[in-house]
Ligand binder design. Structure first.
Ligand SMILES: C[S@@+](CC[C@H](N)C(=O)[O-])C[C@H]1O[C@@H](n2cnc3c(N)ncnc32)[C@H](O)[C@@H]1O
Length: 277
C-alpha cells in the first residue's frame, strides 16, 4: 500500500512537470515513455520465463539482471564481435580486463600475457597501451601448440594440445599494434630472453589453465611488477582449472596481496595493496 501511494505521488509530480511543457512535447514524451515501459516490461517478462525454465533444467545456475549499461557499450561490442565473442561466455572477464587496465595508465612498466589463444585479451591490452599513449611493449607468451601436458593437480578436464591456435593467425589478429612481441615456446622457456628478463611490468594476464605454467608465470612476474601493477589470472577459482588456482594460492600464501575473486570468473591482485585473508 505504501509503495502504491509513493508511486502515485511520483507519477503526479512527473505529470505536473510534463504539463508545463508545450502540448506537442508532452505528447512525444508520453509516447516515448509508454514505448520504453512496454519494452522494459517485455524484457522482464521474457527474463522471468527464462529463469523458470533454467530452474528446471539447471537449478544451480544463477541468472543476473540483464539491465546493465556495459552490455550496450558500442566500442566494447565492436571489439567483442572482432573476435566473435559478443555472445561468448568469456565476455564478463573481457570486460573486467578492459576495466582493470584503467588502474594502470599512469604506471611505468610493460605488459604481458601468458596464454593468448586467438589474442583477444592481448588485443585489449595493446589497444589500451596505444590509446593512452603509454610507452609500453606488450609481450605475448604461448606455445601456439595448445596446452602442455596436464599434471595431477589439473583434474581431468584438460588434454595436451587443447586450445591450439596458429601463431600466424594471432599475428594477423594483432597486426595493427607496433609495440608487440610474441614469444613462442613452452612457458617458462622464453622468460629468460635478454629482452624480457630485466623488465618491469604494469599489467599481466595469466591464462594458461594448468598448474605448472601458471606457477611459472606468477613466480616470474610477481617480483617484476611495479607498485600498483595488476596481475589477472583468468582461471583463478574456476573448478575446471584447480591447478591454476592452487598455483596462485601457493605462491601468494606469504604475500600481502591476495586474489580478489571476480563474479564472472578469474581473479586479480594489485601489487603492494594488502588484502585480508
Ligand atoms: C585459455 S587459452 C588463452 C585464452 C586467451 N587468454 C584469450 O584471451 O583468449 C590458453 C592458452 O595457453 C597456452 N598454453 C597452455 N599451456 C602452455 C604452456 N605450458 N606454455 C605455453 N603456452 C601454453 C595455449 O596454447 C593457449 O593458447
Amino acid at each position: 500500500m505504501r509503495n502504491f501511494f509513493k508511486r502515485l505521488i511520483y507519477d503526479a509530480k512527473k505529470y505536473a512537470l510534463l504539463h508545463i511543457l508545450e502540448d506537442r512535447d508532452f505528447e512525444e514524451l508520453a509516447k516515448q515513455e509508454i514505448a520504453a515501459k512496454h519494452k522494459d516490461e517485455e524484457l522482464l517478462r521474457r527474463f522471468e520465463q527464462l529463469t523458470r525454465i533454467a530452474d528446471v533444467m539447471l537449478p544451480e545456475y544463477r541468472f543476473k539482471w540483464p539491465q546493465v549499461d556495459w552490455w550496450s557499450d558500442a566500442w566494447f561490442n565492436e571489439y567483442a564481435r572482432r573476435f566473435d565473442e559478443d555472445k561468448s561466455h568469456n565476455i564478463d572477464r573481457r570486460w573486467m580486463v578492459h576495466q582493470l587496465l584503467r588502474l594502470t595508465g599512469r604506471l611505468d612498466g610493460d605488459t604481458a600475457e601468458c596464454g593468448l589463444y586467438s589474442g583477444s585479451t592481448s588485443w585489449l591490452i595493446c589497444h589500451y597501451n596505444q590509446a593512452q599513449g603509454c610507452n609500453r611493449t606488450h609481450f605475448g607468451f604461448d606455445s601456439f601448440s595448445g596446452l602442455s601436458e596436464p599434471g595431477e593437480a589439473d583434474g581431468d578436464h584438460w588434454q595436451q594440445g587443447f586450445l591450439s591456435y596458429p601463431v600466424e593467425k594471432v599475428e594477423r589478429n594483432l597486426a595493427q599494434f607496433e609495440s608487440l612481441v610474441l614469444k613462442q615456446g613452452w612457458i617458462p622457456e622464453r622468460f629468460d630472453d635478454p629482452d624480457v628478463v630485466d623488465r618491469q611490468f604494469s599489467f599481466v594476464h595469466i591464462d594458461v589453465d594448468l598448474y605448472q605454467p601458471t606457477s611459472d608465470s606468477i613466480r616470474f612476474f610477481y617480483p617484476r611488477m611495479q607498485e600498483g601493477g595488476v596481475i589477472v589470472c583468468d582461471d583463478y577459482g574456476s573448478n575446471i582449472c584447480p591447478g591454476a588456482t592452487r598455483a596462485i594460492d601457493e605462491y601468494m600464501q606469504n604475500c600481502p596481496e591476495k586474489m580478489i575473486v571476480m563474479s564472472g570468473g578469474g581473479g586479480f591482485i594489485i601489487k603492494g595493496l594488502e588484502v585480508s585473508g
